[in-house]
Structures are given as structure tokens and as C-alpha cells.
Design a protein around this ligand. Structure first.
Ligand SMILES: [Cu+2]
Length: 179
């Protein structure tokens, strides 16, 4: 057996303080990497929270005087357990609610829901005409190009802040390209 402990020992003449410096530098690099992971930034509009990936957060611009607006994003769950979205907050809105739009007897209805599940290996798309965040009591109109902070909360997984980019009033509409 080779003397394994010799590998980790300072070579003769190596000042102990220099070893300490190297260890500290490695620690700082590791801490910085952890910070970057925690910050969650992958691409410009993509975020990570554990096994979740949050893609393309956007909102629709609001007309002057409007007190509410919709915000949308896609959550991809690559984990093995259900992830449950339980809410969100934003400094630009007095309140943020999770809403579901659906056709009910030929009438489009919208209702608040407490939580939405993202199945393991699946995804949840919040989009116009379906699930969405309702930004209520807006402090100012949402203008194209604005970036709004939105902090999402997931049961047992914690929170993540994403930047919502304001797009045109008909962004994401399935009706946009209809004749
Ligand atoms: Cu709504």
C-alpha cells in the first residue's frame, strides 16, 4: 500500500500559509459557483430552481389606466416528484393571483386557483387562455420592454425570482395568426 496520506501533505519547504491560500481560493471558487447556481441564471430568460426550469417569463402590455395584467411562463419539471406552484409576488402589483381560464358552456371563464401541479417529467405552460398569473392593483401600466421582478413560490422547493419581460398586448395569443 502506498502511503496515501503523503499525497495531501505539503512538500518539504512549501510554506504552510501558501497551502492555506490555495485552499481559500478553491473555497471562494466553489462558493462563487454555488452562488451562480442559486441565482439560477442560465440563459437570458431561463431560470433554474432545483429540478425545475422556468422559461420565457413574459407579460402583456396594458392599456393606460388598466389596473390588472396577465403574466405567463413555462415550468419544466425534470425531477421525479410533483412540483406545486403555490403563488407569486411582485413589487409592481398589489397582489398576484394564480388564475385559470377555461371554456365553460361556450363562455370563457376565469377563476382563481390556490395551486397548480407540475408533474414529474412534465411541464406546465402558463399562457393566454389557460393558467396565468393575474397582476392586480398595478402600480403603473406595463409598457413593452419593461422588466418586472416576479418571485415564484413552490411547495417544499422554495422561491425563485424571475424577470418578466413586457411584450405586445397580443403576445402569446393563439388568435394572432388566425385569418
Ligand atoms: Cu386572470
Amino acid at each position: 500500500m502506498p502511503p496515501a496520506e503523503a499525497v495531501n501533505q505539503a512538500s518539504p519547504g512549501e510554506p504552510a500559509s501558501r497551502i492555506g491560500d490555495m485552499k481559500r481560493q478553491a473555497w471562494i471558487a466553489a462558493a462563487f459557483a454555488a452562488f451562480c447556481l442559486a441565482a439560477g441564471a442560465i440563459a437570458a430568460d431561463e431560470y433554474r430552481l432545483q429540478s425545475l426550469r422556468i422559461e420565457h417569463p413574459f407579460a402583456r402590455a396594458t392599456p393606460p389606466g388598466a389596473k390588472s395584467g396577465g403574466a405567463y411562463l413555462t415550468i419544466v419539471n425534470s425531477g421525479t416528484t410533483v412540483a406545486t406552484l403555490v403563488g407569486a409576488v411582485s413589487p409592481v402589483a398589489g397582489a398576484v393571483e394564480l388564475h385559470q381560464m377555461a371554456m365553460d358552456g361556450g363562455v370563457m371563464t376565469m377563476r382563481a386557483v390556490r395551486a397548480v401541479d407540475v408533474p414529474p417529467g412534465g411541464k406546465l405552460e402558463l399562457k393566454p387562455g389557460g393558467y396565468h398569473f393575474m397582476l392586480l392593483d398595478l402600480k403603473q401600466p406595463l409598457k413593452v420592454g419593461d422588466k418586472l421582478p416576479l418571485k415564484l413560490s413552490f411547495q417544499n422547493l422554495g422561491t425563485i425570482e424571475v424577470a418578466i419581460e413586457v411584450e405586445a398586448m397580443d403576445a402569446g395569443s393563439s388568435m394572432t395568426h388566425k385569418q
